[in-house]
Ligand binder design. Structure first.
Ligand SMILES: Nc1nc2c(c(=O)[nH]1)N(C=O)[C@@H](CNc1ccc(C(=O)N[C@@H](CCC(=O)O)C(=O)O)cc1)CN2
Ligand SMILES: Nc1ncnc2c1ncn2[C@@H]1O[C@H](COP(=O)(O)OP(=O)(O)OP(=O)(O)O)[C@@H](O)[C@H]1O
Length: 193
């Protein structure tokens, strides 16, 4: 990782953390409306989302809509054995949660509530920066890239969620980067490929 990548990450993280609570709530509402208008979810869907952290746009309203539709919702959990990989566990309104090493809440792991990654239909992906070619830069752990490296040819669609201010002209592409299928901001929908 070179300095440019580090500096860009730092700069955009600072910008998104500067958004007010009201801006965050409005943004969450707007991306949920975008998802609704696209008709991406139904009762048979298995959907992965995340709990917003560090000024990320919150999928909370998308999660509520998914529950309403009776779709199954999953959250990432830092994999207990496979280093820098994620596993996805069921998230329901009454799910018991624990805090991981990054201070992000995640469901307790239990065998019956895991969803194999290649069975996920939609994966809403957090990110720090994106460009209009479908490239994404995350927090730097390589978690999403590692976890979805094997499933990029499956039905699983990766959909980035971001504030408009996280758009950059062009991201340096690394060999391991897994590209997004779609990216949704409060004001834009980008479809790739
Ligand atoms: N909301 C959310 N959940 C997610 C991710 C994410 O990007 N967003 N991840 C996507 O991969 C995984 C966690 N990856 C993360 C990697 C680094 C940091 C982070 O804040 N790093 C701090 C140092 C934290 C520490 O070590 O104490 C930092 O760099 O300042 C957070 C999450 C799984 N869950
Ligand atoms: N499929 C992979 N196999 C092995 N190493 C990988 C893979 N994907 C990423 N990495 C490693 O992970 C590190 C972090 O990658 P990168 O900076 O692209 O993460 P990120 O996309 O920002 O993070 P995240 O996916 O957690 O949000 C890199 O040093 C890279 O070598």
């Amino acid at each position: 990782m070179n300095l440019t990548r580090v500096e860009l990450r730092k700069h955009i993280r600072k910008m998104r953390r500067a958004l007010s609570t009201e801006q965050q709530l409005t943004a969450s509402h707007q991306i949920a409306l975008q998802v609704k208008q696209l008709g991406l979810m139904n009762a048979r869907c298995k959907i992965a989302a995340f709990i917003a952290n560090d000024g990320e746009i919150s999928p909370q309203d998308i999660i509520k809509d998914a529950w309403q539709l009776d779709a199954s919702v999953y959250l990432p959990v830092l994999h207990p054995f496979a280093e820098n990989h994620l596993a996805f566990f069921s998230f329901q309104e009454n799910s018991k949660m624990r805090i991981n090493k990054y201070n992000i809440p995640e469901p307790y792991i239990s065998c019956p509530t895991i969803c194999p990654v290649n069975e996920l239909d939609l994966v809403f992906v957090p990110l720090v920066a994106f460009d209009k070619q479908g490239n994404r830069m995350g927090m730097g752990g390589g978690y999403y890239d590692r976890t979805f490296a094997q499933v990029k040819n499956s039905k699983t669609r990766l959909i980035g969620l971001a504030h408009d201010c996280q758009c950059v002209e062009k991201l340096p592409v690394e060999s391991w980067d897994v590209p997004l299928d779609m990216l949704i901001t409060p004001s834009q929908i980008y479809s790739f490929n």
